[in-house]
Design a protein. Structure first.
Length: 257
C-alpha cells in the first residue's frame, strides 16, 4: 500500500507537466526535477513513512509498565527471623526456626526497560512477624515499657507478633523470570502487636498494644530465578521504641514464590 502511494504521488507530479519536453524530466537523489525546478514531495513522503516505521518498530527503547512477571518482589514470601541483641542474654531470646515472617503482596508493579534487564519494582502488602521465645517467658507493659514475665505451668508455646502494611521498593538488574539481582528497602507500618501464650490442654492468653516502632524500615537484597527468589532483610532500627523495650536488630532470610 505504501509503495502504491509513493508511485501515485510520483505519477501525479509527472502528469501535471505533460506539455513539457520529456528530456527535461530527471529523477535524482534530490527528488523529481523538471526544468531546473525540484519537487521533493514524493521522495519525502517515502522517507517519512520509513522513519515512522523504524520508530514504531524499535523494541529496544522505552519503558514497560508491568506486573509480577517483571517484578523481583513476589506475591508470597516466607522467612525466618533472627534477633541480634545489644545485650547478650536479654529476655528477647528467640528460636529462629519457629520465628516466621509471612508476607503477602497482592498489589505488584514494575517499570523496566523493554529488554527487561533493568527496572524498579514496588508492591503493597501485609506482613506478619512472629518471634517465638526460647524460654517459658512472655511480656507485659509496665509504665509504658516492656518487661519480661516468667511463665508457670505446662507452656506449649509463647511468642510475640507484629502485623504491618508492607511497602517494598527494589532496583533490579537482570530478568526476574530468568535470573536477576535486586537491592532496595521497605517500610512496614505496624498496626497491631500482641503476645500469645498457649498452654498444654488448650488454654490461651493474649496481650495487645505494645510500644513498637510504628514505622519499621529496613533494607533488602534478593536473588531471583524464575518462580523462586531468595531474600535477606535487615531492620536496623529494631522492633521497640528506644528505651521502652529490648534493644536489638532483626534479620530475616526467606524465599519468595
Amino acid at each position: 500500500m505504501k509503495r502504491i502511494l509513493v508511485f501515485c504521488l510520483m505519477a501525479a507530479g509527472v502528469l501535471s507537466f505533460t506539455s513539457a519536453d520529456a528530456q527535461t524530466l530527471k529523477l535524482g537523489v534530490e527528488g523529481l526535477t523538471f526544468k531546473d525546478t525540484t519537487y521533493h514531495d514524493a521522495l519525502y513522503a517515502h522517507s517519512l513513512i520509513s522513519v515512522k516505521k523504524n520508530m514504531n518498530g524499535n523494541k529496544n527503547t522505552g519503558i514497560v509498565i508491568g506486573g509480577s512477571r517483571r517484578s523481583s518482589i513476589r506475591p508470597f514470601e516466607l522467612g525466618w527471623n533472627m534477633a541480634d541483641l545489644a545485650i547478650p542474654g536479654d529476655f528477647f531470646d528467640i528460636n529462629s526456626w519457629k520465628s516466621t515472617q509471612v508476607t503477602i503482596n497482592p498489589f505488584n508493579l514494575s517499570a523496566t526497560n523493554r529488554k527487561g534487564t533493568f527496572g524498579l519494582s514496588m508492591a503493597l502488602g501485609i506482613r506478619a512477624n512472629n518471634y517465638s521465645f526460647n524460654d517459658a517467658v512472655t511480656m507485659e507493659k509496665v509504665g509504658g515499657s516492656v518487661n519480661p514475665i516468667n511463665l508457670e505451668g505446662n507452656v506449649k508455646k509463647s511468642k510475640f507478633t507484629t502485623a504491618a502494611i508492607h511497602i517494598p521498593m527494589e532496583i533490579t538488574v537482570g530478568r526476574p523470570y530468568k535470573l536477576a539481582f535486586s537491592v532496595g528497602g521497605f517500610a512496614d507500618l505496624n498496626f497491631n502487636s500482641h503476645t500469645k501464650v498457649k498452654y498444654k490442654g488448650g488454654k490461651k492468653e493474649k496481650l495487645h498494644r505494645f510500644p513498637v516502632n510504628f514505622i519499621q524500615a529496613g533494607f533488602t537484597a534478593r536473588v531471583s530465578c524464575r518462580y523462586l527468589s531468595l531474600y535477606c532483610n535487615w531492620y536496623p532500627g529494631g522492633v521497640f521504641k528506644d528505651g521502652r523495650g529490648p534493644k536489638m536488630q532483626v534479620w530475616s532470610v526467606g524465599i519468595g514464590l
